[in-house]
Design a protein around this ligand. Structure first.
Ligand code: ARG
Length: 547
């Protein structure tokens, strides 16, 4: 906490004089009258010097101007109430407050679409969480690069080409709709027809040997696919800094394997290369036919990034069903003695339908993201037929993003448009509406708020509640940043919007006879607008202009 970092330091120093090593952490106070709580002392109840320590802590806190009131309970919970006046001054520029001291260079690997297949519901959470973590980290001052890491190589491509050849389909005339039809058919045939399987495998082998004719076909497929992926990403307001994929690192694999073999890190077992790292199950590096695995490509991707990108840390925002894959990857990076960096799997649960089953179309296929977006647009338009197209699109993205991010990422959730578009529920529509109202209030007041002073003594309960809400920004921001969990900020944005609405609905602000009260409320509204806008940015939401 920016303004209280000195307080934290002072308490830490005091404790160290008593041989206690503690990093002082703030939590949200469980007691209504207080803002924050320090729980570090609770476990030292039977420390021989505890009484003396507490007396010294009391002195330290009394000297901190930013604290208005505090109490230390019998069990040594410390409850703190922040002085509103000092808070409002320091936290006027919230964007500065949230900058961290030791910035990091981070690669965010998310999205991960596969060519030949449309973006579908399964990609939504990776995209939402990835974008949010990108924004949160950038706002904290970290240097972030996003890499979409396309699945653009390997068996699926070979199957597609094999199928096109077998059915004499002209690749030059192929549209994205054709392609999306081909892939499921090809993959089905691969499972059912041994001859086709052999044929696809031979194509895969020739692709890996850089067969010119096949590479040309692959390129064409990649172009068609990428175009369509970019189109839908654009609609959903996603951008990527790096457009690398599996195909870009395929060429690095033979040398990698040779190297590992020489270093004695892998051995041949039944024709396959297996890592000598002791694990259950064993980690497979190549298949017995010599072909590469998902893991092999991810190892090569790290080699490539170490060479080309300057980074301290990579975050992989991928479905929790890939837990074992990332455990094996991280264990291997360590065991194979790759240059040390930090790696983390940011995993997440699935989106289900109203009955709790995986979300599908009526025909039983995985639902395409483009369809989901369209359906959401229609649904919103039905509720509010006057919406213009731009606002309609922004609101559809708001719904698809907010309802996704408000759920703890590890939890599965049910997709329910009725619930997600409820203007009085815990929804993206609700938070957008609160912000529109706040902006409208300031605009219709036509008062210049520069150089206006707040009159603390004129605050009523709803003003104070909102300010006490604003005080928590930095806390939730850090929570989201440290745990890679955007839901804290989605929850908090809802809470603030609620507090603003209570203040707003309490009375007609512009009609208030007392000028100081009116100015107070307009000033806090301005705080709310900047906090809410920043929270939307953290979540990847675009504020609508009107509603
Ligand atoms: N394309 C992969 C899939 O569909 C996701 C890629 C995730 N990123 C990674 N570096 N493995 O499962």
């Amino acid at each position: 906490m920016y303004q209280l970092s000195n307080l934290k330091k002072a308490i830490k120093k005091l404790l160290s004089e008593h041989d206690i090593d503690e990093n002082i952490a703030f939590r949200i106070s469980s007691i209504v009258d207080y803002d924050f709580q320090i729980n570090n002392l609770v476990k030292y109840q039977s420390h021989p010097n505890i009484k003396q320590i507490i007396t010294s802590i009391e002195k330290i806190i009394k000297n901190e101007k930013a604290i208005e009131e505090f109490e230390i309970t019998e069990k040594y919970f410390i409850n703190l109430k922040i002085n509103i006046e000092s808070f409002l001054k320091i936290y006027e520029n919230i964007r500065e407050v949230i900058k961290i001291h030791n910035s990091n260079k981070i690669i965010l690997d998310y999205g991960g679409p596969n060519i030949g297949k449309p973006l579908h519901v399964g990609h939504l959470r990776s995209l939402n969480i990835g974008r949010s973590l990108y924004n949160i980290n950038s706002l904290a001052g970290n240097k972030v690069q996003s890499d979409i890491h396309m699945g653009d190589w390997g068996m699926p491509i070979a199957q597609i080409i094999g199928y096109l050849e077998k059915h004499d389909l002209d690749i030059e005339k192929l549209s994205i709709d054709d392609l999306e039809e081909v892939y499921p058919n090809a993959s089905k045939l691969y499972k059912e027809d041994d001859e086709f399987k052999d044929y696809s495998q031979s194509i895969n082998k020739r692709l890996n040997e850089n067969d010119k004719g096949l590479i040309k076909k692959w390129k064409k497929i990649k172009i068609i696919s990428t175009e369509s992926i970019k189109k839908i990403l654009n609609l959903l307001n996603h951008n990527f800094d790096i457009w690398m994929g599996e195909s870009d690192v395929n060429g690095l694999i033979p040398e990698l394997i040779q190297d590992l073999d020489k270093k004695g890190k892998i051995s041949i077992d039944n024709g396959a290369y297996v890592s000598n790292f002791k694990s259950e199950p064993k980690i497979l590096i190549t298949k017995s036919d010599g072909s590469y695995l998902y893991l092999t490509t991810d190892l090569a991707t790290v080699i490539n990034r170490l060479e080309k990108n300057d980074f301290d840390k990579t975050l992989y925002v991928v479905d929790k069903r890939q837990k074992l894959h990332f455990e094996q990857l991280f264990d291997s990076l360590d065991y194979f003695e790759f240059e040390k960096r930090e790696y983390e799997h940011i995993s997440f649960g699935t989106i289900n339908d109203a009955n709790g089953n995986p979300f599908k179309t009526r025909e039983g296929d995985t639902k395409k993201l483009s369809e989901l977006f369209e359906e959401t647009c229609h649904y919103i338009k039905k509720i509010n037929p006057e919406l213009d197209e731009e606002t309609n699109n922004i609101l559809a993205n708001t719904v698809l993003t907010f309802s996704d991010l408000i759920t703890n990422r590890m939890t599965d959730y049910k997709f329910d448009l009725d619930k997600f578009t409820n203007i009085s529920g815990k929804t993206g529509i609700y938070v957008q509406y609160a912000l529109v109202r706040a902006k409208k209030l300031l605009k219709s007041s036509s008062i210049n708020l520069n150089n206006v002073n707040l009159n603390i003594s004129d605050f009523d309960e709803s003003d104070i509640n909102l300010i006490r809400g604003l005080i928590k920004f930095e806390y939730y921001f850090n929570l989201a940043l440290e745990n890679n969990e955007p839901h804290h900020l989605a929850d908090y944005l809802y809470e603030l919007s609620n507090l603003f609405n209570s203040m707003y609905q309490n009375q007609n602000i512009l009609e208030n006879k007392k000028e100081t009260i009116k100015l107070n409320k307009l000033m806090i509204t301005e705080y709310f607008i900047s906090y809410s806008t920043l929270l939307m940015e953290c979540l990847g939401l675009v504020p609508v202009k009107k509603m």
